[in-house]
Design a protein around this ligand. Structure first.
Ligand code: DGL
Length: 266
């Protein structure tokens, strides 16, 4: 059981920021990653489509023996996690990227926070609803920032284009007075430094990758499933393959990576 891999999925390569954070604190774990590049971006898809993609990917990760399935995508966590939990929760441990952040916010007692994410995540209202339930004194403003994913994927990160886009979004008057900003998309940790700089480091920028990997470590420990192996084998699958994706994947994972195409829709 311990040697079984941790299954992780995202619409594409964004979840690799979570996979990278997991490798930092759990180097002895095997990973099996699935990036649904054929259906990218999820941020513009309907909740129904995201639910049906996520369901098939979870099956694929279970066919690959995952001891845990981690939904490393906010768009899928907001639209599909409840149904995945219902269907697969009895067979495996399911973790999303929103609930652990909501729990972290409960311990911090902020009076006003901002959330940025894809159109799907923001229009679902998931963060507002969950934070309202668990931290009623915390006000939440959310803002869809749909240009950030294509901007990052095109490699605009430390330049005039990215600075202008980040500045334009984060100058939105609704965000004035926030004490923390939740990065509600797994692509955004890539531009965390620029966001910190925009706020002159006066706003806590909350990165779900770190919070989720600590929760994963605690969950594995509690279930006696921690693997401290010295010989690990990580596998990375995508539903559509181009050398271009392999290049961006390296940027997200911060290491050499070998993507394989898995045709799970056929
Ligand atoms: N990484 C995905 C998320 O966390 C967003 C990318 C997409 O739109 O597919 O929501």
């Amino acid at each position: 059981m311990k040697e079984q891999p941790i299954g992780i999925f995202d619409s594409g390569v964004g979840g690799l920021t979570v996979a990278h954070a997991i490798k930092q604190i759990l180097p002895g774990e095997n990973l099996v990653y699935f990036g649904d590049t054929a259906h990218l971006p999820y941020g513009d898809k309907s909740a129904d489509s995201i639910r049906s993609y996520s369901r098939r990917i979870t099956e694929f990760l279970l066919e690959n023996n995952s001891k845990v399935v981690l939904v490393a995508c906010n768009s899928a966590s907001s639209s599909a996690f409840d149904s995945l939990q219902k269907e697969f929760g009895g067979r495996t441990i399911m973790i999303d990227v929103i609930d652990p952040v909501v729990e972290y916010l409960r311990t911090r007692n902020f009076s006003k926070i901002g959330v940025i994410g894809t159109k799907r995540t923001i229009s679902s209202g998931t963060y507002e609803k969950k934070v309202k339930e668990s931290s009623p004194a915390t006000g939440v403003v959310s803002l869809a920032t749909p240009l950030l994913v294509p901007m990052i994927e095109e490699g605009f990160i430390y330049d005039d284009i990215s600075n202008a886009i980040i500045r334009t979004y984060l100058s939105d008057s609704s965000l004035s007075g926030i004490e923390a900003l939740v990065l509600g998309c797994t692509h955004y940790p890539i531009i965390k430094n620029q966001i910190n700089k925009f706020f002159n480091f006066n706003v806590e920028v909350i990165d779900s990758a770190r919070i989720v990997s600590s929760l994963l470590r605690d969950t594995l420990e509690k279930n006696n499933l921690l693997n401290n192996s010295l010989k690990v084998r990580d596998q990375f699958f995508v539903s559509d393959y181009t050398t271009y994706f392999e290049k961006i994947a390296r940027m997200f994972f911060e290491a050499e990576i070998n993507l394989k195409k898995a045709d799970i829709w056929g």
